[in-house]
Design a protein around this ligand. Structure first.
Ligand SMILES: [Zn+2]
Length: 262
């Protein structure tokens, strides 16, 4: 697909996302950059899983009947999930002889992003008794670092959906689909692990509540634990990058085993 077509189609999606109040203006511009890269370089094969991820993240809360309204996605939120897959597209374009490795990375990064998003939606809607991924102690629903059975199942479904939609990018091989789905689940667990350990928590000087927000009770909450600059977007960015790198690593490993097996 030519770059002009890519820009046009990505522009339509970004505009629809903005008009449906799924994206802020910055979010729409970021989605335009991500979408133009994906459409322009990877055509429909790469665009199908990206579109599924993008719209499922916004539509799942509505489909599942989650009571509160969805907030518009900002540029940082779009790039936290979209940057690593976009870099994979650019790498596939720049290094055509390694394109297949890059598409495995693209699919696994996107599977990680989808697994995390779906796990949060299913866990928040249906999950009972979310527990801290390391200590097993009960944590409030939606809290970073908490995992629940239903949330994890939902995350697995999200990773599998992306892996299936990415199959044409990976020569429709069953081993690739299973590997990418599993790497998406692994990336989601890394996201929870980082959320439980390194992600910053803040203590409110007024109400003493400890949470992920820097603002509470109209005042600035104080750093409590974790790395003070590591917020939810940073954790997402790191886990999606990890997912993409693991996809490339497993492609290389699989290619090596395949060559030796012949
Ligand atoms: Zn407070």
């Amino acid at each position: 697909m030519s770059g002009l077509w890519g820009l046009g189609l990505a522009g339509c999606v970004a505009l629809v996302g903005y008009r449906l109040r799924l994206l802020t203006l910055g979010g729409a511009l970021s989605a335009l950059a991500v979408g133009a890269s994906v459409f322009g370089i990877g055509g429909w094969a790469a665009s199908a899983p990206m579109l599924a991820f993008f719209f499922s993240g916004s539509l799942l809360p509505r489909l599942l009947g989650r009571p509160h309204k969805t907030e518009r996605r900002t540029a940082l939120q779009v790039l936290a999930n979209g940057l690593a897959p976009t870099l994979c597209c650019w790498s596939a374009w720049a290094l055509p002889e390694h394109a297949l490795a890059c598409w495995w990375g693209y699919a696994a990064g996107l599977a990680t992003a989808a697994a995390d998003t779906w796990a949060t939606e299913f866990g928040t809607r249906f999950g009972k008794g979310a527990r801290h991924i390391l200590t097993g102690s009960p944590v409030p629903k939606g809290e970073s670092g908490g995992v629940s059975f239903v949330g994890t199942l939902g995350g697995g479904a999200g990773a599998l959906a992306i892996a299936l939609l990415s199959a044409p990018l990976m020569h429709n091989r069953a081993a690739a689909i299973v590997t990418v789905a599993a790497l998406g689940v692994a990336g989601m667990l890394l996201d929870s692990l980082l959320g439980a350990t390194l992600q910053a928590r803040y203590a409110c000087p007024v109400c003493q509540a400890i949470g992920e927000q820097r603002q509470c009770c109209n005042t600035r909450a104080q750093p409590h634990r974790g790395v003070h600059w590591m917020d939810n977007n940073t954790v997402n960015l790191l886990s999606v990058c990890w997912g993409a790198l693991s996809g490339i690593a497993f492609y290389l490993l699989e290619a090596l085993l395949h060559t030796n097996g012949d």
